[in-house]
Structures are given as C-alpha cells and as structure tokens.
Design a protein around this ligand. Structure first.
Ligand code: N01
Length: 498
C-alpha cells in the first residue's frame, strides 16, 4: 500500500473543502491534498442533479467573497450554474493538481505517538494511506442520503431513486411515480416530474410552509453594472445580506413578527391551489411558520392541483413489489419511487469513520453528548482536526458560504498560529466546548425552532438542536476572526511541522 505524507488533508471538494484549499494556498500552506469520492468539485451541488434543483439563497450571496460572480444569469441560481461556478473557481486557483477524485476515505484515525492523522482511502479498488498533521473535514451535513425505513421497500420491483442520487438517464415520461417527502428537494422536483409523468402520487408526512420565489433573469443592464461599476456587486451583496439578517433572522425569536410570513404563505396556497378547499387544507401546515426551513416556490401548489397529481396525506403503511399502500388501505401502483427524504445530518455514517484519541469515533462521542463542537469547528478528543460546517453552524435564512468563509478565517489563523509557535498538537479543551454549547442551547431556548411544534432535521434523536447557529451570522464572523489559543491544550514539537 502506498503512503503519502502531507501537512494537511482535506476531505470533500464542495464549497467548504475547496474554499479551505484556496485560502490555504493564498496564505502559504501549499502542502495539502484534497480527497473526494466524486468526479469533480461541487459537493452537494455536484450530487443533487434532480430536475429543478436550484438554490433558495439569492445568487449574489451564494458565492465566495474572493470570487464574486458578475455573470449569474438569475436572481436565484440553478444547480448547473452553481456547479459550473465552483469548478471555474477551482480552475482559476489551480486546485485540481492537489486533488484526488474518485477517492473514498474509508477511515481516518488519530495516531497519538506520531501526532498525525492516518487516512485510509480507496480508489477503484486500490487502497492508499495519507498521513497528515492536520485533518480538515469538509463533507458537509447534506451528503449522506437518508433512505426511509418503510416496511417492504426492499421488495419493490420498480426503480427507486433518491433525490440526491438522481438518474438523469431515466425517462420519466408517461410513468407512474410516487414521491416520498415534501421538503426543499421535493418541492423543486415535483413540479418538473408532474409535467411529464402520467400520474404522480406525492406522499406528504408534514406540509411545509412556502413563500413565493421571487426569481427572475438578470437584465443586460444589471450584468453590465455587475461587471463594470466598481463596488456595485458588493453593495448589492451587502444589501441582501443585511436584509436577510434583520428581516429573516430577526423573526426567529418572535412569533408575532412571524405572523406576516404565515399570511404570505397562506396567500401562496390560495393563489396556487385555488378553489379546492380539501387540497388547500391538506397542503396547509399545522406548526409554527419558521420551525422548519421556510421554502420558496411558485409552482409547488399549482403542481399539486394538476389532475395527474395526488397529494396523499394518509401516511405510508408499506411498500409492495409494485406500489405503495397508504395507511387507509389504498394501494397505488407505480413504476418509480422517488425518495426525497433528506439526509443523515446528525447521524451521518461519516461520523463512524473518524476516530480520535482513545480510539473513539465521532459517532461514539456524539452518541453520548450530542453533536457538539467548539465554534462549529473543533471537537474535544479529536486533536488537529477542524470540521467545516460542523455542529451549530447551519442556517435557515441566509448563505452558508458566509459561515464557511468565517470558518476559513479561523482555519487560516489556526494554521498560522501553530506554524509560528511550533505547535504540533492542538485539542480544544472540554471546558471551552461545554461552555460554548451551553451558550448555544441557552440562546436556542426561545427560538421558533425549539418552540414551533415541529419535528425537523435541525434536531437530533434527543430533540436537541445541534445543527443551527442561533445568533446573527456577523456574530459568528466575529467569534471566528482569530484563533483563540487559550481555549486549546497545545503541545509544541518541531518548529515547523513536517
Ligand atoms: O430533505 P428534508 P430535503 N416517510 O429533510 C420526509 C437543503 N436543500 O432533501 O417533514 C415519509 O428537508 C420528511 O417529512 P417530515 C436545505 O437545507 C436546499 O428536502 O420529516 N416521509 C420531509 O418532508 C434542506 O432543508 C435546497 O415529516 C419522510 C422530507 O421527507 C435540506 O437540503 C434545495 C420519511 C425530507 O425533507 C434537506 O432538504 C434542496 C419517511 N420515512 C435541499 N422520512 C436549496 O434550495 C423523511 N420524510 C438551497
């Protein structure tokens, strides 16, 4: 087996892993390798190719601040354009030369004697080992598809496809299709499938709150301004960012302030469905708006109102060889089942593959204490490892790229600090992590995510919210501005790590 030594190994070539690679290069940390099981850059924007896949964060915010894109075609970008943007940024910063695609990380274990991460990889059946001083986890929370545990699902003889593993060669024309789930992915793919399928049964467990999507193509004048007027794009970004912080996030702790949003959602239902009172009732959520991610769509409700679409709210009893049996006993035969059932966010199988000190994996540790980290980045028991988009960094109202870039500031300062001070082992103190998480839970207690009467992927198996940042995002930017070494136990070795 081949073994390679590098200073830093990054797992994942999505927004966060690529961003880490670029910022490290810009700051003189060139000895790294980027590992990804996919074929190119893009992460979730490479993997989610279902029809209608698009971003529900405005295009102007959904890019790196160091690589603004004046050529976005629309106010909200669609998956192919975001995927192309990420690959273009990677090419401009020459990251491919340091990247290994088609490479699955099967295990990453901390070696205390060597003060290194030993990373086992597999590519086309060939195993390789990478030894790295620092490990950066950039796999993201939305990478491992969650397949529903429904009785009989394995006996289905037709095709089953998860929204995040779409089969673009499959022709859905004229087919009978069941879609399980009505989250962000489903509300984008259902309107597209409804146009071509002969029948579409949408199995809804919980109706989502949906505001209209204010998407439009940019005009020539806007494109000209984005390219040629100094500061214009930054000003637009700043304006959208500020509005999202104040309006969208500022509502999170006030049920009264959320009332107008609920009215907007109800108007969206009325406009999209029209006279069918029974369908409107089935499509109207019963929990507090904002408790789950607020979705954006103009075509979800009109799709539900189509004659070939059936919104099934009776629940699924079981799946048979050729169809789905609802809890009321009705069997609907289908050719394809689309599972738009989300991701393993708080119970990702990746957690079992990262093994820290005392041979305890992230899965072992988090099974005991919940998904906790320090500033969303470091975890006690996992020396020299930084997680991008780690615990308590998720958002419901603005761009994750902003959070990622905040973490990148922290990463670069961390690397500079350990290099300058000859530190070869860094582990966040348990007390610092506990204090940080107590603060997070304290802030969350009055939020709509906790009190809004819903179940969501924001919560773990114990009902605790370990995924979301509970404050303004500029507060996160502020807290990650500098690497606060006092929160860490450090040991010094060679002046410059190998
Ligand atoms: O997944 P979800 P998603 N039987 O977990 C249902 C991002 N994203 O892929 O609500 C029946 O939100 C489940 O029902 P319930 C975004 O952050 C962004 O749609 O739990 N149903 C729900 O309806 C988003 O939040 C964009 O009762 C089952 C659905 O499946 C995240 O990805 C676009 C079930 C899962 O919804 C995940 O979205 C797409 C079962 N056993 C995604 N299990 C943008 O626009 C689950 N469900 C940026």
């Amino acid at each position: 087996m081949t073994t390679n030594d590098v200073e830093i190994a990054i797992i994942g070539a999505g927004f966060s892993g690529l961003g880490a690679a670029i910022r490290m290069r810009q700051n003189g940390f060139d000895d790294f390798v980027l590992l990804d099981r996919g074929r190119d850059f893009g992460g979730t924007w490479r993997d989610n190719t279902y029809p209608g896949a698009a971003c529900d964060v405005p295009s102007q915010l959904y890019s790196y601040s160091f690589a603004k894109n004046p050529t976005w075609s629309r106010s909200y970008s669609h998956q192919p354009e975001i995927h192309a943007y990420i690959n273009d940024v990677a090419a401009r910063h020459d990251i491919a030369a340091r990247s290994r695609f088609g490479t699955e990380v099967t295990n990453a274990a901390w070696d205390e004697d060597e003060a290194r991460w030993i990373i086992d990889t597999e590519r086309d059946g060939t195993t390789e080992q990478v030894r790295a001083r620092v490990l950066i986890g950039g796999v993201g929370p939305l990478c491992e598809p969650n397949l529903p545990d429904i009785e009989g699902i394995d006996s289905f003889e037709g095709k089953i496809v998860h929204s995040a593993r779409w089969d673009n060669d499959h022709d859905f024309s004229g087919q009978r299709v069941a879609v399980i789930g009505t989250g962000a992915s489903a509300i984008q793919l259902v309107p597209e499938l409804a146009k071509v399928t002969s029948r579409l049964d949408v199995y809804q467990r919980t109706a989502p709150w949906i505001v209209p999507r204010t998407e439009r193509a940019y005009s020539k004048v806007e494109h000209w301004a984005y390219k040629n007027v100094p500061g214009y794009q930054s000003a637009v970004r700043g304006g959208i960012y500020a509005a999202n912080e104040v309006i969208a996030f500022g509502l999170t702790y006030s049920p009264t302030a959320l009332k107008p949003v609920e009215l907007l959602c109800r108007a969206n239902i009325l406009r999209g469905i029209g006279r069918d009172a029974e369908l409107r009732r089935k499509a109207t959520p019963t929990f507090q708006v904002g408790c789950k991610r607020i979705l954006r769509s103009n075509d979800w409700y009109p799709a539900l109102a189509r004659p070939n679409v059936d919104l099934v709210t009776d629940g699924i009893e079981r799946i048979t060889a050729n169809g789905v049996v609802a809890k009321d006993g009705t069997t609907r035969e289908v050719d394809v089942i689309v599972v738009a059932t989300g991701f393993h966010v708080t119970d990702s199988p990746v957690f079992g593959k990262i093994v820290g000190k005392d041979r305890r994996s992230l899965a072992d540790v988090w099974a005991e204490i919940g998904m906790q980290g320090y500033k969303g980045s470091f975890v006690h028991g996992f020396p020299n490892m930084m997680l991008m988009v780690g615990p308590s960094t998720g958002l419901g109202h603005t761009s994750m790229v902003y959070m990622i870039e905040s973490q990148l500031n922290y990463l670069v300062d961390y690397l500079k600090t350990v290099r300058a001070q000859g530190i070869n082992r860094t582990e966040v103190k348990l007390s610092a992590q506990q204090e940080f998480n107590a603060g997070i839970q304290h802030k969350l207690r009055n939020s709509v995510w906790v009190n809004g009467g819903c179940a969501s992927w924001y919560k773990d198996a114990n009902g605790n919210i370990t995924t979301l940042w509970p404050g303004f995002t500029f507060a996160f930017r502020n807290t990650t501005r500098r690497f606060d070494i006092a929160a860490y136990d450090v040991s010094r070795g060679a002046r410059r790590p190998a």
